[in-house]
Design a protein around this ligand. Structure first.
Ligand code: G6P
Ligand code: MN
Length: 448
């Protein structure tokens, strides 16, 4: 089994490789090809992987290349986690929006739209190359904004592209643990929405839905990450537990203020931190794995720090730290289920079919799926309440404008995308955002 990783010089690749090393099963991945545009980053990550493989005699082989076609040929699975424009781009996405007083975040609001606009032309090209060179490969997309990117790629690859995210699984596990589930992993999670815009409306174990017990108990509600972030009262009012990313919507003003007041935005912090990591690894004497692991721990500990501060939620607890970064586990579970035709259930980004009646069948949504050798099949979930349906439809409409702007290169359509977003409060702001993003990102010059 051959796995190709696009964005192979990326910081989280060792997590994926670590998961592969732990897989002893039949039909496991035996060869990994890392593709990246940046040869320096590739060799840094290859060094970390070599140290990880040290005590594993049968570790998957690792090859590196900067040639996309070479990377794709012969792949059984393609895993994509690229960052178009790099972390500098992410920092600019945040900065431009915050200067206008609206949310600047990697995947949410104006920042997410800018990121989408510069990512879509690149992933469109990748999808075409995959369709030409590896039409039987399964494509696992982690490239953000993951829902939008998966939908764009599905236009070329159909249901062979599947989007993943770690946040719904993490949410499910935290809630299951708060409720005292013996096997938090095995709880049935009733969750649906778009990527980074979903709600948990039920959590079943021991034969019944245990969520009502959580909703009735202030103390339990205050005991896990999302409970601290949103506060027990608001979760009780909603009657559902929102994905952590909904903090940017429900507490938008506080989040924007916290982000504006922060010494550095998340993107700017990571830009600096990651540059330090890749620099250190240029020294052949530097301990690659140890340096990587320390950097990773710091990155995890500071995840969503501004939101937690705005909410008075305090530090991340130990358990949530170990539970996070689970995306490599989702990716591996997905690959296994497909490769071995072993049925499992995972929350994934796939085409809607008839799951959410307010959306058309090709709209990519995030939903529990049965996965087997034939791919991912969404299952029925409880219908979303009206306010959630409204938000999902509004954000999907924005995504469709982003897709249209990327396809046509129309500036007016791009402005429309910004202006229609629930977190952008004026058409004038939308126009200024587009102009400022075009100045910040050479990759947006195609919008005229
Ligand atoms: C979670 C989300 C990802 C996102 C990441 C950001 O894992 O699911 O979609 O990219 O957080 O974390 P970072 O450390 O880059 O701020
Ligand atoms: Mn995600």
């Amino acid at each position: 089994m051959r796995l190709t990783i696009l964005g192979g010089g990326g910081f989280r690749v060792p997590l994926v490789y670590g998961a592969l090393l732990a897989d002893r099963g039949e039909g496991r991945v035996t060869g990994v090809t890392l593709h990246d545009l940046d040869a320096g980053r590739l060799s840094a990550i290859a060094r970390v992987l070599a140290e990880q493989a040290a005590d594993h005699p049968d570790a998957p082989t690792v090859t590196v290349t900067t040639d996309l076609d070479e990377a794709l040929e012969g792949a059984d699975f393609v895993f994509s986690a690229i960052r178009v424009g790099g972390l500098e781009g992410r920092a600019a996405d945040e900065r431009v929006a915050l200067a206008e007083g609206v949310l600047g975040q990697e995947t949410v609001g104006a920042g997410g739209i800018a990121y989408g606009l510069r990512t879509l032309p690149v992933v469109d090209h990748i999808a075409r190359r995959v369709a030409a060179l590896a039409p039987d490969a399964w494509f696992i997309n982690f490239t953000n904004p993951a829902g939008l990117v998966t939908e764009a790629m599905s236009r070329h690859l159909g249901d062979r592209v599947i989007g993943i995210c770690d946040s719904p699984v993490g949410l499910g596990r935290r809630v299951a643990r708060a409720l005292g589930a013996e096997r938090p992993r095995d709880a049935w999670i009733d969750y649906v929405g778009l990527n980074h815009l979903g709600w948990l409306r039920g959590l079943h174990f021991d034969g019944r839905d245990q969520l009502p017990r959580l909703l009735a108990d202030q103390e339990l509600l205050g005991s896990f990450e999302e409970g601290k972030l949103f506060g027990p009262e608001w979760i009780q009012s909603l009657g559902a537990v929102p994905n952590e990313y909904l903090h940017y919507y429900y507490f938008n003003r506080e989040a924007v203020t916290a982000y504006r007041e922060a010494r550095q935005t998340r993107g700017a912090f990571l830009c600096q931190q990651q540059a330090g990591f890749y620099d250190t690894l240029r020294d052949p004497a530097a301990p690659a794995l140890r340096t990587w692991d320390n950097t990773r721990a710091e990155r995890e500990a500071t995840y969503m720090a501004e939101n937690r501060e705005a909410a008075g939620a305090g530090e991340r607890d130990e358990e949530s730290l170990t539970e996070s970064g689970g995306y490599e586990k989702v990716a591996l579970a997905l690959m296994r289920a497909i490769a071995r035709d072993e049925r499992t259930t995972l929350i994934l980004n796939v085409r809607n079919r008839t799951t959410l009646s307010a959306l058309d069948e090709d709209a990519v949504i995030e939903v529990p799926c049965l996965v087997d050798g034939n791919g991912a099949h969404p299952v029925a979930v409880s219908p979303l309440p009206a306010h959630a349906t409204g938000l999902v439809c509004a954000v999907k409409a924005v995504e469709r404008e982003v897709l249209e702007a990327a396809a046509s290169g129309s500036r007016a359509t791009a402005v429309k995308a910004f202006a229609l977003h629930p977190l952008v409060d004026s058409v004038e702001v939308a126009r200024r955002l587009l102009d400022a993003y075009r100045r910040a990102h050479p990759g947006l010059a195609y919008l005229t």
